[in-house]
Design a protein around this ligand. Structure first.
Ligand code: NAI
Length: 372
């Protein structure tokens, strides 16, 4: 991939200016394509993937603006070589030889829209791009970001089945943002709880209570959200997003009010961002962070690292539904193992029933879109 492309691809050459030089001594790495690379998620995701030492070649594909994004990203002095590809005729070159394909192409939500409202447009975009994957890099791992993920992953699976290339181990819906939010919100809640206790104790304090306060401060306020892990199962829309707060690691206990508040906050995190952006799109920066984190986990799995576990929406048998998000262990072939859900409490069991009902409809809608 270090050879200049043939003259027939002169348009591509113009995108390569200054970008085709690998850092001396750079370790051999993986080839990654981002489809939808000029978008709100695509651009910061491209930046983060250019910084990933496991990436040797980064292909940026979109139907608009890739020359500019590619020129810009390519000036970063990190090891990965960056190439830009513009429009459908260049999809083949964008995909050929890729190890990992990340798909954030599609329209985002505006205030008042559900993720399902995006179905009409994004379903067709995901179908076209996955047809390309099936044709030009059928062995690649695919990370689907485009919403509604609950339907776009089944759409991708049906496209691959039709093409005869489907391997459920290599198709993963990206739900990492729900986990990232859950980890952050849990720490915020604990910190707020700590501050509240501190305030109460300041007014009513005795020596023993002050001692307790010092312990509490160390234990609660010292938590780094990166060290917290909340499994989030189900899917990636509204009530299908089901955080398992009974399984938080390190173990924390919450009141029922906190559980109810946190669950709603995690489920509505995306809508809060859509409303705050007031028509200018949905989560892009935190999503790029989450997508880069998930892509890095996939690459570490491909690289052979042990114990790489992330939540993802995948073909699954942990429930009666054909697709479900839960913890998966990643390895050299993609998904190595889908972990069991573990013990759920009553609140979570009720949430699971609600989630399954909505998920079943979204899955059916995706499957029907391809087979109609
Ligand atoms: P955006 O509109 O800023 O960017 C989308 C990009 O896709 C644009 O550059 C557009 O030109 C490109 N595109 C459209 N059709 C294409 C095609 N056929 N081939 C290649 N590229 C194409 O949107 P944004 O904010 O980047 O969001 C992208 C998607 O990600 C949306 O569907 C959004 O709902 C979803 N999303 C998913 C999340 C998740 O947790 N899985 C979280 C946040 C957003």
């Amino acid at each position: 991939h270090l050879r200049p492309p043939p003259a027939s691809q002169m348009e591509e050459v113009s995108l390569l200016r200054g970008s085709n030089c690998r850092a001396k001594g750079a370790a051999p790495g993986f080839k990654v394509a981002i489809l939808g690379a000029s978008g709100g998620i695509g651009q910061p995701l491209a930046l983060l993937m250019k910084m990933n030492p496991l990436v040797s070649l980064l292909h940026l594909y979109d139907v608009v603006n890739t020359p500019g994004v590619t020129a810009d990203i390519s000036h970063m002095n990190t090891g990965a070589v960056v190439r830009g590809f513009l429009g459908q005729p260049q999809l083949e070159n964008a995909l050929t030889g890729m190890d990992l394909v990340i798909i954030p192409a599609g329209i985002p939500r505006k205030p008042g829209m559900t993720r399902d409202d995006l179905f009409k447009i994004n379903a067709g975009i995901v179908r076209t791009l996955c047809e390309g994957v099936a044709k030009f890099c059928p062995k690649a791992i695919v990370n689907v970001i485009s919403n509604p993920v609950n339907s776009t992953v089944p759409i991708a699976a049906e496209v691959f089945k039709k093409a005869g290339t489907y391997d459920p181990k290599r198709l993963l819906g990206v739900t990492t943002l729900d986990v990232v939010r859950a980890n952050t919100f849990v720490v915020c809640t604990l910190t707020e709880f700590g501050i509240c206790i501190i305030t109460i104790l300041t007014f009513t304090g005795t020596i023993s209570k002050i001692y307790y306060l010092l312990c509490l401060q160390g234990e609660v306020l010292g938590l780094d959200p990166r060290d917290v892990n909340v499994p989030v199962i189900g899917g990636h829309a509204g009530v299908t997003i089901l955080p398992l707060l009974s399984q938080v690691n390190p173990p924390c206990s919450f009141t029922s009010e906190e559980i109810s508040y946190l669950t709603t906050h995690i489920q509505n995190g995306g809508t809060e961002v859509v409303e705050a952006k007031a028509g200018a799109g949905s989560a892009t920066l935190s999503m790029a962070y989450a997508a880069a984190k998930f892509a890095d986990a996939c690459l570490r799995g491909l690289h052979g690292d042990a114990g790489v576990v992330e939540c993802s929406y995948v073909a699954s048998q942990v429930t009666e539904l054909p697709f479900f998000a839960s913890k998966v262990r990643l390895g050299r072939c993609g998904i190595e193992e889908i972990l069991s859900l573990g013990p759920l409490n009553e609140f979570e069991r009720a949430g699971l029933e609600k989630a399954k009902k909505e998920l079943a409809e979204s899955i059916q809608k995706g499957v029907a879109f391809i087979n109609k």
